[in-house]
Write a protein that binds this ligand. Structure first.
Ligand code: CAA
Length: 294
């Protein structure tokens, strides 16, 4: 491999996932289950421990239910390295998936550092659902190897992965990212161009906006909106249940990031979501959101 080449799918052996939150932890396990040596990186040991416990619970249940064999799970654990040593992991990585906080400044400095640390062939992808990669790629000297690779929550289950090139992303990077998603057992959706929110979240936002509007106007209880989405539309979850699954903090910060990009006041977080966010009611992960989980 020469210095300017991009890793092809068959050359991706080691995957790094940055950020051991809800998404990062499951994405890393998806990679490990698919046979990749995987580093799950976080700045906090405590976050890594939480990720380990959460994944163990999930996978034990999968084994109990006969969805995976104990052998498959043990092999995946052996491939997964949970670490705070980002620099050592980055130096060995063929493909990075960043799943850190939705903050442009943090992502830019992270990508700039990864650009210095990673081998030249390494693709730097972001799982960001709203920050388009052209805004991050400019912090690197390899914009052609930067793109969005967007998973859905829960990443162990949801099949969709959106692959979104920025104007400088090369065809090789798109091909490798798409092939990697397929190797992970996912059904990639390839966008031709960047657009904030991509495809699935734009569809979801339209539904959520209408749901919040009905609720804020006092027309109907949020529980009944969820019921209608499930019983009339056949959705597996209603929009309020889904906000609790994704995380109220994530929903709130995504809207703020969108507002920063568009400057459109219509993009600002909904007041009811803001209220929950400010009360620390982040949804399932904090025990309370729209619903209570205790
Ligand atoms: N993590 C991993 N696996 C999970 C899970 C989780 N958080 N929640 C559920 N599952 C799996 C489990 O295997 C579970 O089976 P067991 O309970 O027997 O272990 C199985 O799914 C079924 O779960 P449930 O019986 O609790 O409920 P369900 O049949 O409704 O399925 C679901 C759960 C798969 C989450 C389903 O409700 C669903 O598809 N919901 C919609 C999810 C969705 O729309 N996600 C996209 C969110 S938007 C996003 O992610 C974008 C972004 O940018 C933030």
């Amino acid at each position: 491999m020469t210095e300017t080449q991009t890793a092809t799918a068959s050359e991706v052996n080691r995957v790094s996932v940055i950020g051991a939150g809800t998404m990062g932890a499951q994405i890393a396990m998806v990679a490990a289950l698919a046979g990749f040596s995987t580093d799950l990186i976080d700045i906090q040991d405590q976050q890594l421990e939480q990720a380990r416990t959460g994944l163990a619970k999930r996978l034990d249940r999968d084994v109990q239910k006969g969805r995976r064999s104990q052998d498959e799970v043990d092999t995946a654990w052996a491939r997964l390295n949970l670490t705070t040593d980002r620099d050592a992991a980055a130096k060995q990585s063929d493909f990075v998936i960043e799943a850190a906080v939705e903050d442009l400044g943090i992502k830019k400095s992270l990508f700039s550092e990864l650009d210095e640390l990673c081998p030249p062939h390494t693709i730097l992808a972001t799982n960001s659902s709203n920050i388009v990669s052209s805004r991050i790629a400019e912090a690197t000297n390899r914009p052609e190897k930067v793109c969005n690779m967007h998973f859905f929550n829960p990443a162990l289950v949801m099949k969709c992965v959106e692959v979104v090139p920025n104007p400088q992303t090369s065809a090789e990077t798109v091909a490798t990212t798409t092939a990697l998603a397929e190797a992970m057992g996912k059904d990639p959706v390839q966008l031709h161009k960047e657009v904030p929110g991509f495809v699935a979240n734009r569809l979801l936002n339209a539904l959520r906006k209408e749901a919040l509007d009905l609720y804020n106007k006092g027309i109907v209880d949020f529980q009944d909106i969820d019921t209608a989405a499930k019983t009339a539309l056949g959705h597996p979850m209603g929009p309020f249940e889904l906000m609790d699954l994704v995380g109220i903090d994530v929903v709130y910060l995504i809207r703020l990031a969108e507002y920063e990009q568009t400057g459109d006041p219509a993009s600002l977080p909904d007041p009811a979501v803001k209220e929950l966010y400010e009360a620390g009611r982040y949804g399932r992960k904090s025990g309370h959101g729209w619903y209570s989980y205790e």
